[in-house]
Every structure is written in C-alpha cells, then in structure tokens.
Design a protein around this ligand. Structure first.
Ligand code: SAM
Length: 209
C-alpha cells in the first residue's frame, strides 16, 4: 500500500496492530524521554488536558501517568491499537477512535497540549494535512502547546510501507503558521526494535494568546 490514501487507512492500521505485537513495531519505544522532557518543560499543570493523536499502543501514556499527568485523551484511527493500552490503563485515560484528518468532535479550545509522535508524517496529501491542521487549530487553546515528532529529512522516505512527508523544524513552523511559536526542537535518533536507526525531529510550539 505504498503512498495510498483512502478509506482503507483504518483497515491498514488495524492489520498492522493485529499482525505485530506493540513491542515489535518499528516505532516502539519503552520510554519517551524527549516527549516527557518537552512536556515537563512546557510547565503545564498536572491536570492540564493532553491529547495524544495517533496514540497507537504507545507507552507514552504510562510515562505521563508516572509523571503525575492525570487528564489524558488517547485517540487513534485503530481501535485495535488503543485496545493494547486500554488493557493496561483502562479508566486512567480517555479513549477515542477517530480519524485525525476528519472533523473531530472535541470541544473547541479545550486542549492544553497536543502530542503527536510519528503521525503527521503519514499525511502526504493537502486534504489530509489541512484536515489535521483544522482540528489542531480548533482544539488547542491560546497559550497551549503543540508537540510534534516526525521523521526528519535525513530519515527513510517510507515507514510501515507508506510514503512519508519528512519535516525539519522550519518546515513544521511553516506548516503550523504564525500563530505558533517554536519553543524547543531536538534532532535525535530512534533505535528500532530490529536495530535500525531512524532520525527524528521533535518540536515544541506554543500557541500565541
Ligand atoms: C507510527 S504509529 C505511532 C504510534 C504512537 N504515536 C507511538 O509513538 O507509538 C502511527 C499511528 O497513527 C495512527 N494513525 C494513522 N492515520 C491516522 C489517522 N488518520 N487518524 C488517527 N490516527 C491515525 C495509526 O493507527 C498508528 O497508531
């Protein structure tokens, strides 16, 4: 399914999570050090509303709970992915199955921190990118934060068999627009479970009041 974008996105991701364990997928990380460092750096309150988009079966949720964050929503297009985390964390997290490129039924200006690790880079069409951005702008409040981590330009052009749009910090700045100020960025290498190296960039933006 190289570069294909269609209604089959959901089935595609469902099949990935049904065929591999959460620890086998290339993006598995036991600890999300950079995200936690950036989130702590934002100094949001421990009960601030955090939305993790394309959450998959991430252990970021466990890391956030350990840090004391208590108001977390995990959303993903794949119910199978969320079911893995849900088994561990049940009612400690709010769960939502939805497509982030389509209008999201989350209240306007209700999110203090939007977290996206390895999701935006899968959206290669203008329609998908615009849908994502419209949701982000609708739900992130003024003064709120946006943390986006994507494959950097040195990274592989594909992940999980799909074409990617790779970004650096300037490209993410242009994507979000002048309402968002870049506060922090870090280039780093993710080691995959099979020993590969994936160059990523993590960015933290603050939405102007
Ligand atoms: C590479 S995985 C990253 C998962 C997680 N953020 C992590 O770091 O472990 C990409 C995730 O994005 C989800 N995804 C892909 N397209 C999506 C969409 N249109 N809306 C919501 N989630 C989507 C997939 O189901 C998958 O869980």
């Amino acid at each position: 399914m190289v570069g294909k974008r269609s209604d089959s996105t959901k089935e595609y991701w469902q099949s990935i999570y049904s065929s591999k364990s959460a620890q086998e997928v290339g993006w598995f990380q036991a600890q999300h050090e950079v995200s936690i460092e950036f989130i702590n750096n934002s100094e949001i309150a421990k009960d601030a509303r955090i939305l993790d988009v394309g959450s998959g079966a991430t252990t970021l949720l466990d890391d956030l709970l350990k840090e004391g964050y208590s108001n977390i929503m995990a959303m993903d297009i794949s119910a199978s992915a969320l079911a893995v985390s849900k088994q561990r964390l049940a009612d400690l997290i709010t769960w939502k199955v939805a497509d982030i490129t389509h209008p999201l039924d989350i209240e306007e200006n209700s999110i203090d921190l939007w977290h996206d690790r390895a999701v935006l880079h899968f959206f290669t069409s203008n329609m998908e990118k615009q849908g994502y951005l419209e949701n982000l702008k609708k739900v992130v409040k003024g003064g709120g934060f946006v943390l986006i981590e994507t494959f950097s330009p040195e990274g592989a052009p594909q992940c999980s068999g799909l074409d990617l749009q790779r970004y650096n910090e300037e490209m993410l700045e242009r994507f979000l627009g002048s309402d968002f100020e870049l506060i922090l960025f870090k280039r780093h290498i993710h080691s995959t479970p099979s020993g590969g190296e994936r160059p990523y960039v993590s960015t933290l933006f603050r939405r102007r009041e």
